[in-house]
Design a protein around this ligand. Structure first.
Ligand code: FAD
Length: 405
């Protein structure tokens, strides 16, 4: 008997991995990916890094070549968003009016850039950086830019700031928090990154905020909450991501900061799952629900749902990890550092390569590695088990971390 059709709303990192894993596992039923944007689904991480810096061609951005879809019998409907889920009929309706029947529906709609509620935020010359279209438009302007203002001190803003500053553009970053990355990383790492950005000529205005963006036909300046007016040819707003949950909410599924799923990534409707940036899920060892924005999370959740649909259900328990490239700095983080009570340094920040081992009540919860990839790889293995590493061992350069595995 042929497996019932799987329909996926969204065709980003999570959806493409799901389709690939289903076929790899032998799923013989129909797979349909429905994507709001037109064109081949693409990778997002390079948009604020290699692509923007001119080190990666557009042709390298698609997640899979066009031939993948035909070869794997994956139907890609692009440029036609899902506008409604008709749960009673197990069907989705698209903007074009088309309907697709599902045996299982996976919501993989990701998120959109959070909007900044200040006057002038809609002026031309103010942009987010989430889609290829936005990245391409920014890239096309880079040569002519002299001054940019980045609002937000998260990863995407900092990656863009590094690209711009290292091209000689005058960059100002405005943030509300006293530290870069809003206390989601250790102070040691945040301070090191701040020093690096300053070293590239970027001005950081922390513990402030944006009152308004000024300009007539186009953005010309940003006014901080403290009343300083900073001229800008381009303003990047990068203050976070809002999960796209409207479809789920309208269909009566529970949403909080994300579409609520259980430890198998199922919504309350057993025929509907949610994965990736849009999903809020329970994580072993943490209270409440977690929503993560990373390629690892999107890909591993896709693999987990594929396994379940192939008849091998298991609770989702992958160690989260993440990377960010800022100029020459290669940052890799395993685990979640937010909320740690002790940070132990290994390596030498002055030499530009170190790791920070973050503990919560003497339990290792995250490892941040800067230009120290071997530590990161080991950290992922450590965190996947019940790590026996003590803070003293982590800080002892002579201690072989493999002994704690
Ligand atoms: P997405 O990849 O966002 O895909 C969701 C898709 O759903 C979108 O294509 C959207 O158009 C579509 N969609 C939405 N609503 C509908 C609808 N109603 N109907 C049909 N389609 C719909 N992560 C890292 O781990 N490392 C990095 O260095 C990193 N850098 C990043 C840099 C940038 C500039 C950005 C934007 C993100 C970065 N990320 C990074 C985050 C990573 O890209 C996301 O976590 C990942 O894309 C999430 O995958 P997803 O499939 O859940 O969502």
């Amino acid at each position: 008997m042929t497996a019932p059709p799987v329909v996926v709303a969204g065709a980003g990192h999570a959806a493409i991995q799901l389709a690939a894993s289903l076929r790899q596992g032998g799923h013989d039923g129909e797979i349909t990916l429905i994507e709001a944007a037109a064109g081949l689904p693409y990778q997002r991480p390079p948009l604020s890094k290699a692509y923007l810096a001119g080190q990666m061609e557009e042709a390298a951005l698609p997640l899979r070549p066009a031939s993948f879809y035909a070869a794997q019998r994956v139907r890609l409907v692009e440029g036609d968003p899902v506008v409604a889920i008709e749960r009673a009929d197990r069907a989705v309706r698209l903007a074009s009016g088309a309907r697709h029947q599902y045996g299982h529906l996976v919501l993989a709609t990701g998120g959109g850039s959070r909007r900044l509620p200040v006057p002038g935020a809609d002026l031309p010359g103010v942009t987010g950086l989430r889609s290829f279209a936005e990245a391409r438009a920014i890239k096309a302007q880079l040569d002519g830019l002299r001054r940019v203002v980045v609002i937000g001190t998260g990863y995407i803003g900092l990656e863009f700031a590094a690209v711009a500053a290292l091209r000689g553009i005058q960059v100002t970053v405005i943030g509300r928090s006293p530290k870069l990355l809003m206390r989601r990383v250790s102070d040691v790492l945040a301070d090191h990154l701040a020093a690096a950005h300053r070293g590239w000529g970027t001005r950081l205005i922390l513990e402030s905020g944006t009152a308004a963006i000024h300009g007539t036909a186009r953005a010309e300046a940003v006014e901080t909450r403290d009343g300083e007016v900073i001229p800008a040819d381009l303003v990047l707003i990068a203050i976070g991501v809002e999960p796209l949950v409207e479809l789920a909410a309208a269909a009566g599924l529970e949403v909080r900061d994300g579409i609520v799923v259980d430890d198998h990534l199922r919504t309350a409707d057993a025929a509907i799952s949610a994965i990736g940036d849009c999903a809020a899920f329970p994580m072993p060892g943490r209270s409440g629900l977690v929503r993560l924005e990373s390629v690892q999370n999107a890909s591993d959740q896709a693999r987990a749902v594929a396994e379940r649909l192939l008849g091998k259900p298991a609770p989702y328990d992958r160690v989260p990890w993440f990377w960010s490239d800022q100029g020459p700095l290669k940052l890799q983080i395993a685990g979640l550092a937010g909320g740690h009570d002790r940070a132990v340094l290994r390596g030498d920040p002055a030499a530009g390569a170190f790791s920070v081992f973050c503990f919560d009540a003497d339990r290792l919860v995250a490892v941040e590695s800067l230009n120290r990839a071997p530590d990161h790889m080991l950290a992922r293995r450590l965190l996947a088990g019940a790590p026996r590493l003590t803070p003293a061992q982590a800080g002892d350069a002579g201690f072989d971390l493999r002994a704690a595995l």
